[in-house]
Design a protein around this ligand. Sequence first.
Ligand SMILES: C[S@@+](CC[C@H](N)C(=O)[O-])C[C@H]1O[C@@H](n2cnc3c(N)ncnc32)[C@H](O)[C@@H]1O
Length: 283
Amino acid sequence: MREGHCLKNITEIHEPTFKQYELSGWSGKAKFYHDYAGEITREAVQFLMAAADFAPESRLLDVACGPGYGAGYATQRGAHAIGVDLAPGMVAEASRNFPGTEFREGDAEALPFDDNIFDTVTCAFGLMHFADPDRAIAEVFRVLKPGGRYIFAVWSAPDKHDFFGLVMRAIETFGTLAVSLPPAPPFFRFSDHQECERALVAAGFRAVEVKELPLQWQPQSPADLLAFLEKSSVRMAMILEKQTPEALAKIHRYILESGQQYQRDAAYRLNWPAVMAVASKPD
Ligand SMILES: C[S@@+](CC[C@H](N)C(=O)[O-])C[C@H]1O[C@@H](n2cnc3c(N)ncnc32)[C@H](O)[C@@H]1O
């Protein structure tokens, strides 16, 4: 019994946690992410900032800022904005992209800020990467001023999302999703509108509104879909790394061939919708 307990501890020490994978994965992929995924998330950030409707001189925090789009945009429009991200490589990328904006390393689950100091908090495509998203929502509530606004976005579920639908079909058909990875919350939990509302209300937020953002991505070719998977994702890339070489070859071939269905004249176009939630901290 006692020996088993010690062995469990040894395993815990040597196996990286989900958070450690996220940190090192995003740090190493920051530049590629900016080149591939940034095109879509920059568009989503416009919707988040419109919903934020912040006043000039107000204080805005962008959590899981990645390459800096949210805080950079808000600074350009007169806010006192700051971006925070777990991955040092992302913070460096954000600082290069937006030299006039402050970026800081920090964990969404333990924000390095005092209570009640921000008018607005945004988080674009961060929640599904946190080990404890409810803790992260509670942290936003803590740092927001009474009356402050929280806006987050996540990707829509695979049944609505061309890319995630294609990738999940490929893995389920030719490989397996049952690979050994550190425990992590479900990636598509907040794609469910009711779940967004439930989690926000449970944290104390009110006036919750959830809507779908009809985004699209226009890759140059289906090969860009594979590049996106390998270079601009962390959890999906890890699931692919765990497939057998034979399964991986079939998954790649399926994505390249099925990707052809998204050709529209000279371009490729995929529906890439997102879910955006807006909520207020009561006065
Ligand atoms: C998909 S990227 C989104 C980046 C950016 N907001 C955008 O819309 O392009 C997810 C980001 O979450 C960050 N992240 C993951 N876990 C985090 C945590 N616990 N605290 C803060 N940031 C975290 C990653 O480092 C990464 O930059």
